[in-house]
Design a protein around this ligand. Structure first.
Ligand code: NAD
Length: 427
């Protein structure tokens, strides 16, 4: 098996857990494939008049529990196997957090930071046209992921609404509030992760005040996780993005200030910060320094939070990890070989399909509000999110206790049990 191929990895995990449950073989066969695997060519006229062809993917894994649901990723490394794994994980995640959705994912192989805003919009609209037949509020609902945001979701909704001839807000979630987005969706994945961490630490009888945290990835997820962790009394000592990281052992106190530094150099394509967390100017004065993303993983902290991309914890760096807890906010940050090392070293991993499920929980709230023409206040959204995360943590701990296994396997066991129930009801 290729350690870094996320699809091969997800299948290994699926088969291992299915065997423990004696899962219905027909369901196992269904979950081992995708219901629909779409690859589209997207010719775009660039601002200089050249035509460039991009490749887009939309993979619908399974809809036993409801319409397909999953994000859109814009990144130069997007591939069929990556999107296959991400859509499979969405099926599992939606079952763990218990929202009535199946799993899907999409993406475009592109470095969006090399495009102008016009080109980015044209690419998004072309992609929406290409997949318009298979998405929709009752079919498949995209959302933001790496390098996509509320502005891009707004273009998806606008283009789709033009195609079907009616304003269809519920075709995508993660929109801006003005375009029908939900209060609290921007914060949801990060905050949901913090709720899942606190609930897990309480179950493990660990007092968390003052625990130190290193976060890899200062995007939508990492940024909000950092802010809520600090509010809850954790000490965030390291942050990073694709350009590098900062380590301030005394603790970073003001995330809004870090964000201001990052944004101070302006934006590419109207969406992406040119600056980095490394631009924070007073770090030396408070005893801080620049670090690499590799160093961040191995810092002497209590909690490590990967919140960027897959495969950052491997068999090479896993033995050097000093954190006692890992909160997987990114999808698929840990390889199977690394996972085995972490388990052997008694490092507790709160797995991705639980830790980052707050995003899709509030996406479900957004979809529901759109369909019922409702607008919920942020405190109501946060209270519902907390409740969902705590219930999922309960379910995962219960499963891992019952089967005497890790939280990751507990989460898979919970998801498969719920999927088997839906499968039996429909058979
Ligand atoms: P984002 O595009 O907003 O931010 C990604 C961050 O990762 C940026 O700070 C970027 O600079 C950084 N990054 C990129 N390459 C890196 C590298 N090699 N090393 C270190 N940092 C790097 O994306 P996001 O929405 O915050 O998503 C982050 C992760 O969370 C992804 O794995 C995504 O699938 C997962 N996730 C996101 C959501 C959501 O609601 N957005 C929900 C669930 C899971």
């Amino acid at each position: 098996m290729n350690e870094t191929n996320p699809w091969e990895r997800s299948q290994k995990q699926l088969k291992k857990t299915a065997a423990r449950l004696n899962l219905n073989p027909l369901l196992l066969a269904l979950l081992s494939e995708h219901a629909r695997d779409i690859k589209v060519s997207l010719p775009i006229k660039l601002d200089n008049g050249d035509i460039k062809i991009f490749t887009g993917y939309r993979l619908q894994h399974n809809n036993l529990r409801g319409p397909y649901k999953g994000g859109l990723r814009y990144h130069s490394e997007v591939s069929d196997d990556e999107v296959k794994a991400l859509s499979f994980w969405m099926t599992m995640k939606n079952a763990v957090i218990d929202v009535p959705f199946g799993g899907s994912k999409g993406g475009i192989t592109v470095n969006p930071k090399e495009l102008s805003e016009n080109e980015l919009e044209a690419l998004t609209r072309a992609f929406t046209q290409a997949i318009a037949d298979v998405i929709g509020p009752e079919k498949d609902i995209p959302a933001p992921d790496v390098n996509t945001n509320s502005k891009i979701m707004g273009w998806v909704v606008d283009e789709y609404s033009k195609i079907v001839g009616s304003d269809t807000k519920a075709v995508a979630t993660g929109k801006s509030i003005e375009l029908g987005g939900s209060e609290g969706r921007a914060e949801a994945t990060g905050l949901g992760g913090v709720y899942s961490l606190i609930a897990s630490l309480k179950k493990l009888s660990v007092s968390y005040q003052g625990m130190t945290v290193a976060i890899q990835g200062f995007g939508n997820v990492g940024r909000h996780a950092a802010e809520f962790l600090i509010k809850e009394g954790f000490k965030v000592v390291a942050l990073s993005d694709s350009k590098g990281g900062i380590y301030i052992p005394e603790g970073i106190v003001d995330i809004v200030e870090v964000e201001k530094f990052k944004e101070s150099k302006g934006y590419l394509a109207g969406c992406y910060c040119i600056g980095s967390v490394c631009d924070i100017s007073n770090k030396e004065k408070v005893g801080g320094r620049d670090i690499t993303n590799e160093e961040l993983i191995e810092l002497p902290v209590d909690i490590l939070v990967p919140a960027a991309l897959e495969n950052v914890i491997t068999h090479e760096n896993a033995p050097k990890i000093k954190a006692k807890y890992i909160l997987e906010m990114a999808n698929g940050p840990t390889t199977i070989e690394a996972d085995e090392i972490l388990t052997k070293n008694s490092i507790q991993v709160i797995p991705d399909i639980l830790a980052n499920s707050g995003g899709v929980a509030v996406s479900y709230f957004e979809w529901y509000q759109n369909l019922h023409n409702e607008k919920w206040d942020k405190d109501i959204v946060f209270a519902k999110l907390k409740n969902k995360m705590e219930k999922s943590v309960d379910g995962v701990f219960e499963m891992s206790k019952k089967y005497q296994t890790t939280l990751r396997e507990g989460a898979y066991l919970l998801a498969l049990t719920r999927l088997e129930k839906a499968f039996t009801e429909k058979s």
